[in-house]
Design a protein around this ligand. Sequence first.
Ligand code: TXA
Ligand code: MG
Length: 322
Amino acid sequence: MRVLKTSKDIDEALKLLRDEQIIALPTETVYGLAGRADSQRAIEKIYQIKNRPAINPLISHYASIDEIAKDVELNDLARKLLEEFSPGPLTLVLARKKDSRISELACAGLKTAAVRIPNHELTLEILQELKLPLVAPSANPSGRLSPVSAENVAKMFEAKLDYIFDGGHCTVGLESTVVEVLDEQVSILRYGAITVENILELVNEVKIPEREETIKSPGMLLKHYSPTCPIRLSIEDPKEDEALLAFGDTSNIDLSQFTQVRNLSKRANLEEAASNLFKMIHELEEMNIKGIAVMEIPSLGIGKAINDRLKRAASTENTNKI
Ligand code: TXA
Ligand code: MG
C-alpha cells in the first residue's frame, strides 16, 4: 500500500486515476474509495475491494455545479440546494441523463444518479484537474464503519488496497446527507450534517421516510454501520469490559465502572460529537473491549444523524448487511 501525502503527490494521483486505478481519497465527511465514474473497470474494482453488493449504487463526486449538470437533470430545486450547500456534505439523487458520463454500473440499474461536491481542498483540486467525476463510496469493507482517517482505511483494507491519499482527519466525520430531488419533491434518504431544518430554509416541504421498507436508499437499511464490538444505547448496568462513549457532563456517573471512557463532546456540542463519533468507535474497536455503552444524545440538528448511525450500529436485527 502506498500512502500519498502532500500536494506534490497530486500529479501521481491524477495519473493513477486516469489509468482507472482506485485511490482512497479524503473528503470532509469520510474517506472514499475513488475511481473514474466513467470507467466500468474502475467501478468493478471498487465493488470487489469493498465486497459491496451490486444493487447498492455509488455517489459521483464533482468539482462544480456545471460539471454535475452534464450528467444529471438539474432541476431548479436541485440547483438551489447545490448553490446553497456545495461544496459540502449534501448528496442529491437526480434523474441520470441519457448521455451521462456516469457508468450505468455505478447506478445499480437505477434511472437516477447520486452526485455531490466534497468540501476537501485536496480532493477538489484532483477533481478540478481531472475534469471527470469520481465515484467514491465510503472506504470501508461493506457492513463496516466508515473511515475518518487514512489510518482507519489502511487498517481495514491492508493489502486489498494499493493507494491512499492521506488528507488528515475528516472534519464532519459522518457520511453526507442524501436527498432525492424528483418532480419538485425533496425526500431524505440518509440523515447527515446538512439537517432537515437547513433544507427547510430553502424548500417548503421535505419528505421523511416513516418506515424502513419504504426507503429507496440501501444505505438506510437497518444494520449498516457495524463496528466489530457490540454497541448498546444505554449506560445503565455496564457490562464487564465495556467502554463508555459519553456526551457532555459525566459528573453524575461512576466512570470507574467502565474499562475505557471517551467523551464525544465534553461541552455537549453536537457538531464536535459527530466529528468524534466514528473516530472514537474506531479507536475503541482496536482495543479489544467487549462492548460500548453510549450516553443519550439529543436528536436535534446533526444529532439526528448521530442517533441514526448509532441505532444502526447497535441493531442486532438479522438483516442483510449491505
Ligand atoms: O459522505 C459521503 O457520502 C461519502 C463520501 C466518500 O463522499 N460516501 C458515501 O458513499 O457514504 P456510500 O456509497 O457509502 O453511500 C452512498 C449512499 C448509499 O446509501 C447508496 O445507497 C445511496 O447513497 N445512493 C447512491 N446512489 C443512489 C441512487 N441513485 N438512489 C438512491 N440512493 C442512492
Ligand atoms: Mg458507506
